[in-house]
Design a protein around this ligand. Structure first.
Ligand SMILES: [Zn+2]
Ligand SMILES: [Zn+2]
Length: 81
């Protein structure tokens, strides 16, 4: 399935009024660690570190579009094999 990669800012950086206790931090689908970067990458409903967003086969970085299957990301070439 071809999927667009969306560069997003973590939602908790803008509203810091009373909800500072709310640790609603995104977790990277690739490494399962929280994402504390300035930006995160959204693929479907999942969030990724920028550096974790790479093809599962050839480790090529994925930037604008990727192919998503079995919770793994692929470049076009490896997906079609
Ligand atoms: Zn990660
Ligand atoms: Zn690849």
């Amino acid at each position: 399935m071809l999927t667009n990669i969306i560069l997003a800012a973590p939602s908790d950086t803008r509203r810091k009024r009373k909800s500072a206790e709310c640790h609603h931090q995104a977790v990277c689908e690739g490494c399962q660690r929280p994402i504390s970067d300035r930006f995160l990458m959204r693929v479907n409903e999942s969030s990724w570190h920028e550096e974790c967003l790479q093809c599962a086969v050839c480790q090529q970085p994925l930037t604008t579009t990727c192919y998503f299957r079995d919770r793994k990301l692929y470049c076009k070439i490896d997906y079609q094999q």
